[in-house]
Design a protein around this ligand. Sequence first.
Ligand code: UDX
Length: 431
Amino acid sequence: MSKIGVIGAGYVGLTTAACFARLGHTVVCADVDEAKVAALSRAEVGAHEPGLAELVGEGLRAGRLRFVSGNAEALSGVDFVFLCVPTPTGVDGAADLTAVHAVLREARDAVAPGCVLVIKSTVPAGTTERVAELVGRPDVQVVSNPEFLREGHAVDDFLRPQRVVVGAEAEEAAHRVVGLYARTGAPALVTGSASAELVKYASNCFLAMKLSYVNSLAELCERVGADISDVTEGMRLDDRIGASFLEPGPGWGGSCFPKDTRALLSTADEAHVDFPLLRATIGTNGHQPHRVVSMVRDAVGPLAGARLGLLGLTFKAGTDDLRDSPALAVAALLAEEGAKLTGYDPCVSTDCGPVRVLDSPEAVAEGADGLVVLTEWPEFAELDWPNLAAAMTRPIIIDTRNLLPGDKVTEAGFHLIALGRPAQPLIQDQN
Ligand code: UDX
């Protein structure tokens, strides 16, 4: 078992630290936020990440996990240092590597001979090789080991990964990093560092492309009288396409896809590679909130003064994360047109921009001219529809996640508009 330092206690760093402790390693996890370090040392985990608080508690009790403020202890006396610092969108969409560079400058003089520096933060192809020069220590190897952790499933994704990807110029160091994951039994890919870095972007951008494709198909379905759920069901049966990431929605968001698509486009531009597919993937996604607003306008009428209730505010179900949430993009556009917004989300309790957050779907429905489902929280599929319809001024509901049980909702008197399905009037015309 190894001694591991983890720099950064965000959702990636904290998951990495707690899961490595679970796998039997001894871990020191550092963060600059002293209050966070103090809370984590008491096993208080702020993030909504199933299983993580339990693993942190277990690691602390077993003495295999410690939290420290300041990086010194996580850099010295360890065999591996994992960099899990943010790489946000910087100038022209490129990843901003300021935090990575700062840690490496500190690590240069602090790490012991033989230590392996592992870059887990998402960084553009070529970064690991460049920063290895910056570290400039022949006795210290720098290795890329991208994370593929979904929010809300991070612990499971770490402990039962579909693959472990490690990239390095020094193969021996790469195999040592693979060895840290031995207990997960996951297949490993050892490659050059630029390829490893690109696997991460290639995967996320491919998934984003798949979703933009499905979102455009959904728009087409509405126009030609097809049903997106049936179309994607037909597609899913083809192994070559795969069964997942085919649900249309108000657009993809979160802390990764928007950032990673822009960063890969920036890498392509720098490398003088034209990548129109990726540009269209991003452009199509930017169009989705506008499309949702048109659907609301078509159903409810002029939005100025309209009272609308939003169901779901986070970027997807199973997380409390509001970063780049398409629900908030829709809310901003609705508010711009003068709509009065209330919202309910099981993981959000404070007001979000123009949205007054209430404590139940019923409160949001009270006196509303329309409801808009924006996040696929399963509980929204099981609401008391007759009650909600009775509470509203006009029982109109726009389902952007195709989550609601259509029959029950319409039987309760709702006018239901679902993404990628022919609008109700079209069906009535046909009868
Ligand atoms: C993603 C990657 O999946 C993960 O591997 C990476 O390391 C971090 O980024 P995450 O940001 O947690 O994870 O979100 P994910 O579950 O992938 O969903 C991304 C977006 O796509 C969300 O906005 C979600 O609502 C949307 N989505 C996903 C759909 O609209 N339809 C789908 O079928 C699937």
